[in-house]
Design a protein around this ligand. Sequence first.
Ligand SMILES: [Mg+2]
Length: 134
Amino acid sequence: MFPPETVILVVDDSEVIRESVRKELLAIGYKAIIEADDGKKALALLEGASNTSSPVGLVISDWNMPNMTGLEFLKKIRATPKWVNLPFVMLTSASQISEVVDAISAGVSTYVVKPLDGKTIKTKLAGVWAKHHP
Ligand SMILES: [Mg+2]
């Protein structure tokens, strides 16, 4: 499982969703949570943190956002050598299930269908950690 000090970048244009993800992560024991409300700002935060002693270790991102969608954000990340293996969890709505294949081919680690619940997030994160640390 991701260690408790993991820096987690939560990206969603909905403040309510960001707050609910933060709450679930805090309940699991994660405290180093940073937030952005679109892919563009998230990319800037990711880059800013990458040369510090606490780079982002996990991205949890919404799909539908202004300026840069979650899928575009994911593609930028996977096109950057240092982030090829950065764990990336996509938040999707139930109506988007048919598009999930696009995220999978773009290299998403896993996806979570909203609304979120704490148990699902914990299970998904454990799976993602295992996938990235075989
Ligand atoms: Mg959205």
